[in-house]
Design a protein around this ligand. Structure first.
Ligand code: TYD
Length: 142
């Protein structure tokens, strides 16, 4: 899948005098059924997460608090998304390398995933990734 099919989506917000809530429904904001939710928080200093791609997995990356960046690479193109609002999520499809970085100290990142955790779905080696995606070249993320 190319970066072109990874996109920011609006997450509905309902606010009233009691406070606010956001929601995500399968078949509405996202096309996949949610089998897993994992949350990144307490990311130290300049630490980065990700540095891998998935063979089959679809994910919606949400910023529940603070801010961070997600850099994507599909074997040809790179694109960086800034996430700093609970009402904007980033959909990432299969075969897209992702790096999450520049976490603010209060950042909370929630990820809705189409499948349960499966190490066999990960591509953690950049050379393997560019071989699988075709005619691109390895990219150093720094
Ligand atoms: P890792 O893939 O390194 O996280 P990131 O994508 O942020 O770089 O995962 C860290 C550890 O957590 C690793 O031992 C695998 C485990 N893990 C699970 O058990 N379930 C999950 O849903 C995830 C995302 C990771």
């Amino acid at each position: 899948m190319s970066i072109g099919s990874c996109k920011l989506i609006d997450i509905p917000l309902k606010s009233d005098e009691r406070g606010s809530l956001v929601f995500v429904e399968a078949g509405e904001q996202i096309h996949f059924n949610i089998k897993r939710n994992y949350i990144l928080f307490g990311i130290k200093g300049d630490e980065e997460r990700g540095h891998h791609a998935h063979k089959e997995l679809f994910q919606l990356v949400m910023c529940l608090n603070g801010s961070f960046e997600v850099e994507l690479f599909d074997g040809k193109k790179r694109k960086t998304f800034a996430l700093d609002s609970i009402t904007r999520g980033l959909l990432i499809g299969p075969m897209v390398w992702r790096v999450l970085r520049k976490f603010s100290s209060d950042a909370v990142c929630s990820v809705l995933a189409s499948e349960k955790y499966d190490e066999a779905d990960y591509i953690r080696n950049m050379d393997d990734f560019v071989t699988l995606t075709g005619d691109g070249q390895s990219v150093k993320f720094e």
